[in-house]
Design a protein around this ligand. Structure first.
Ligand code: SAH
Length: 398
């Protein structure tokens, strides 16, 4: 693959993507998924990429060195990524976390998460999809402190982005077996049940671990009334309940998610007579509380991605503004708001401006007590800033 004149710049900065428009010509007759050499127009070697003519991102650099994508490559790439998490010292209190974060760990298109003794992987590109067996045999041999080799490996290649690579969605058990009624894993010593085959992402929003732990501070929630919006399977709710919030209300549109949320809360904190699990649209539920003058001490707003492409940015901006305004309206003076955006296209700076606008419109004053980010196992490569997607604030709102 030969690049157009001057189009090697991003690669010189070690950004791994090669867009179709940057390519001068393809040499030989590579098939989708094949490894190809990438050179400048002058013939200088840039790296080894996987090729996919169907995708706008026609090449993704898998190695900056001249090497085959053989078993040694996969062994080294996977171990380097897994070892990158060792400093976090998560086990044994936390045994659910991300092992490989695709581009951000130098392996474009591959995501691997661990839940107790189970692994879940996602192939997001053709280059990864055609090498599934090679990758699986490496994953099978991984060992972890305080736990065994994987009991099962689950494939969750059902993300929408596969379409752009010309790939169908697929999921299932790739090896081993999993219990029918789901598995339990530990996060900061709390137990969570996860449905690896049908849950969102790989089953759980592991990226919010540090922010859930923050909400679990007794100094924030003990004796307080907490509203967890977009609760999914009750991650934030379980921490708040465990730290003796007087009431935790979880809101989500998904009834199966709320059923799991209730199990997760009660598993960790058995006696919670005041808690509620409300199936409904957060926008409507917040308006209902507003109309009925209900107030909360702590509110979590962790909506799904509102901006999927550049054309969504204005609409997403309004969405974030509206929920933050509604949330602030029902927050007691001095109350705390944990507010997030997981839209990569909404920068931290823009998100801060949106929440500022909502604060002014709500006629309140807010202090940023802490800026919040995705947990550290969801690495961000300096060379791939797109990997920093989850941002948020802990606010005190007067
Ligand atoms: N905070 C969660 C993750 C939230 S994911 C955690 O820590 O695990 C976003 C959730 O929002 C999903 O469960 C989805 O079902 C829910 N959702 C999406 N749109 C919604 C809406 N308008 N009202 C309520 N829930 C919604």
């Amino acid at each position: 693959m030969v690049l157009k004149k001057g189009r090697e710049k991003p690669l010189l900065n070690r950004h791994p993507w090669i867009f179709s428009g940057a390519i001068e010509r393809i040499e030989g007759d590579p098939k989708a998924g094949d490894a190809v050499y990438v050179t400048t127009l002058k013939g200088d070697f840039m790296g080894v990429a996987v090729f996919n003519p169907v995708s706008q991102i026609t090449g993704r650099i898998m190695s900056w060195q001249d090497q085959d994508l053989d078993d040694d490559y996969w062994h080294d790439a996977i171990h380097q990524s897994v070892n990158r998490r060792a400093w976090l010292n998560l086990e044994p209190n936390t045994n659910g976390y991300r092992l490989i974060n695709a581009e951000s760990d130098g392996i474009p298109g591959l995501i691997v998460d661990k839940y107790d003794d189970y692994l879940v992987f996602q192939c997001l590109t053709k280059g990864i999809d055609v090498r599934k067996d090679q990758i699986l045999s490496q994953l099978q041999n991984l060992t972890f402190p305080n736990s065994n080799q994987p009991k099962a490996i689950v494939e969750r290649s059902d993300a929408g982005v596969r379409k752009k690579e010309g790939l169908a969605q697929t999921s299932g058990i790739a090896s081993g077996s999993i219990p029918d009624d789901g598995i339990w894993f530990l996060e900061n010593d709390l137990s969570f049940k996860v449905d690896l085959l049908n849950g969102h992402k790989s089953g759980f929003y592991l990226d919010q671990r540090d922010n859930r732990q923050l909400l679990g501070l007794k100094s924030l929630v003990e004796g307080k009334r907490v509203l967890n919006c977009f609760a999914y399977t009750g991650g934030f709710s379980a921490y708040a309940a465990h730290s003796d919030a007087s009431q935790v209300i979880s809101v989500d549109t998904s009834i199966p998610s709320l059923e799991l949320a209730e199990q997760n809360v009660l598993k960790n904190t058995p006696n919670r007579p005041n808690d509620e699990f409300i199936a409904g649209n957060v926008f409507d539920v917040l308006r209902h509380y507003q109309e009925h003058d209900e107030q909360f001490d702590v509110i979590v707003l962790d909506p799904p991605k509102f901006a999927h492409s550049a054309k969504d940015i204005n609409k997403a901006t309004r969405g974030y503004r509206d929920i933050n305004l509604l949330g602030m309206d029902i927050l007691r003076p001095g109350g705390k708001l944990l507010t997030f955006s997981c839209s990569g296209l909404i920068s931290a700076d823009l998100f801060q401006k949106i929440v500022f606008g909502a604060t002014v419109d709500a006629n309140r004053q807010a202090t940023i007590l802490k800026s919040l980010h995705q947990s550290a196992d969801h690495t961000v490569s300096m060379h791939f800033p797109e990997g920093y997607y989850l941002k948020g604030f802990l606010l005190e709102v007067q």
